[in-house]
Design a protein around this ligand. Structure first.
Ligand code: URA
Length: 205
C-alpha cells in the first residue's frame, strides 16, 4: 500500500498531485491551455471514467466534462441508471490541445507523445482514487491505459486488464456520437453506448 487507507491522506495526495500537474510545464500543451484540468469525483468509486482531454469549456472552467460531450455523457449515465456519486471523471491528457483560428479554438487530437507525457499523472491519480473499474472513453483513453494503440471498435464492451492487472472496460467517446451526421445512426450508437455503460456498471455491482 502506497497510501494510508485513511481518506484524508488520500485526499491530500490527490491535492498534491493536482498542484504538481498545475505547475507542470513539461508538455507543449501547457503553454497554450488556460489551465490543467484534473479529475473529479469520490474516492473508491465503483467506476472511474477516462476521457481524452479537456475541451474548450473544460479548459476555461477547469472542470472535466462540462461542455457538449459532457452533457451528452451525463444524459447517457442517467439513462444507464448510474448516478454521479458512483463516478470519478478524468482525462488521459490534462491540457486542452487546439489550433487557434480567429476567435474559435479548434480541438486537436492528442498524439502518442502527449499521451505518454500525462500517463504517469493518470496512473498516480487512478492509484489514489482506487476505483473498482476503469471505463475508457475512446481511443486516447484506451491507449493511455493499455500502453499501446488498440482499435476501440474491436475492444469495446469487453473486460480487459492493463499490463499492471487493472481491470478496464473500453467504450466509445461521447464526442464520437456528437459527430455522427445521420440522426438514425446517432440514435442507434447512443443506444449501444448506454448498453456499454450498463454492462460496465453490472460488472461492479
Ligand atoms: N471530452 C473529454 O474527453 N473530456 C472532457 O473533459 C470533455 C470532453
Amino acid at each position: 500500500e502506497l497510501f494510508d487507507a485513511a481518506a484524508g491522506d488520500r485526499e491530500a495526495a490527490l491535492a498534491a498531485l493536482k498542484a504538481e500537474l498545475q505547475a507542470d510545464r513539461g508538455s507543449p500543451l501547457a503553454v497554450h491551455a488556460t489551465q490543467a484540468v484534473f479529475g473529479e469525483g469520490p474516492l473508491d468509486p465503483p467506476l472511474l471514467f477516462v476521457g481524452e482531454q479537456p475541451g474548450d469549456e473544460e479548459d476555461l472552467k477547469g472542470r472535466p466534462f462540462v461542455g457538449p460531450a459532457g452533457r451528452l455523457f451525463d444524459g447517457a449515465l442517467e439513462k444507464a441508471g448510474i448516478t454521479r456519486g458512483e463516478c470519478y471523471l478524468t482525462n488521459a491528457v490534462k491540457h486542452f490541445k487546439f489550433t487557434p483560428t480567429g476567435k474559435r479554438r479548434i480541438h486537436q487530437s492528442p498524439d502518442a507523445g502527449d499521451i505518454a507525457h500525462y500517463r504517469p499523472f493518470l496512473r498516480r491519480e487512478i492509484e489514489i482514487v482506487a476505483p473498482r473499474l476503469v471505463v475508457t472513453l475512446g481511443a486516447t483513453a484506451l491507449r493511455a491505459m493499455m500502453g499501446r494503440a488498440i482499435p476501440v471498435t474491436k475492444a469495446r464492451g469487453e473486460m480487459m486488464r492493463t499490463p499492471e492487472g487493472l481491470p478496464v472496460f473500453p467504450t466509445v467517446h461521447p464526442s464520437y456520437l456528437l459527430r455522427l451526421p445521420d440522426p438514425d445512426s446517432r440514435e442507434r450508437e447512443y443506444g449501444r453506448f448506454v448498453e456499454d455503460l450498463k454492462r460496465a456498471h453490472r460488472e461492479v455491482m
